[in-house]
Ligand binder design. Structure first.
Ligand code: SF4
Ligand code: FES
Length: 239
């Protein structure tokens, strides 16, 4: 028999007039290799059908299961219960995003706003001819763009960010990483001045206080701080 663990999950429905925020406590037996996805699914199946949380891929790919786990934002499907030695795990929804219910937040709406804000698409002056092959990119440049593009939009860097708490309009490490992705892409013809217009302020690249929590917690281990520092160095000359 495995050890008994306790999971305390914040429950609250912002759309209900009678709902009051409270922690619900669940006790269950830990099974080998148990992730929080498995634990929460068991709780919902056997103890509380009303508990809301988000999962899609269960493999750290879709980015939908971010939540505060003992105060730290993490992907629940990649978090093993055995790593919590005292067997007590407290779950809360990620801050900075609109609460849907309990542990479920709307990261999609925030990410859509961020994508529009940083104009997250290729800006080119060239006429696109769909009958021609794409212009080749040097392999090392393509690799760099690919590496930055591994972001799964989980929102963990936003939930972890101290700057975001102080500056609600801060575009976050995910937004600045996105800017760095297009900056590195030779197909994007935006100039330094264009990027300065976009993120050359305290809600952008000059607002980051370099607290490093984004990079410390990013489940994809993206080099967020060096990308922010690089963009800041490029744009500071235009101040
Ligand atoms: S940069 Fe990392 S932590 Fe932030 S949204 Fe992308 S994958 Fe998640
Ligand atoms: S369920 Fe997809 S990342 Fe966790």
């Amino acid at each position: 028999m495995g050890r008994m663990i306790t999971i305390k999950a914040l429950k609250y429905n912002p759309n209900s007039k009678v709902s009051k925020a409270h922690f619900a406590k669940y006790e269950l037996e830990e099974t080998p290799g148990m992730t929080l996805f498995i634990a929460l699914s068991k709780i919902r199946e056997e103890m509380d059908h009303d508990l809301s949380f988000d999962f899609v891929c269960r493999a750290g790919i879709c980015g939908s299961c971010g939540m505060m786990i003992n105060g730290v934002p993490k992907l629940a499907c990649r978090t093993l219960t055995k790593d919590y030695k005292d067997g007590v795990i407290q779950l809360m929804p990620m801050p900075a995003f609109k609460l849907i219910k309990d542990l479920s937040v709307n990261t999609g709406e925030w990410m859509e706003g961020m994508s529009k804000r940083v104009e997250s698409w290729i800006h080119t002056n060239e006429e696109i001819d769909f009958t021609k092959l794409e212009r080749p990119i040097e392999p090392d440049v393509a690799q760099e763009v690919f590496e930055i593009d591994r972001c799964v939009e989980c929102g963990i860097c936003v939930a972890a960010c101290g700057t975001k708490l102080m500056r609600p309009n801060f575009v976050g490490a995910v937004g600045l990483n996105r800017v760095a992705r297009f900056y590195a892409d030779p197909q994007d013809n935006r100039t330094d001045e264009d990027y300065y217009e976009l993120v050359g302020d305290d809600d952008g690249v000059f607002g980051c206080m370099s607290l490093l929590a984004c990079e410390d917690n990013c489940p994809k281990h993206l080099p967020l701080q060096s990308k922010i520092a690089y963009m800041r160095r490029k744009l500071v000359a235009l101040r």
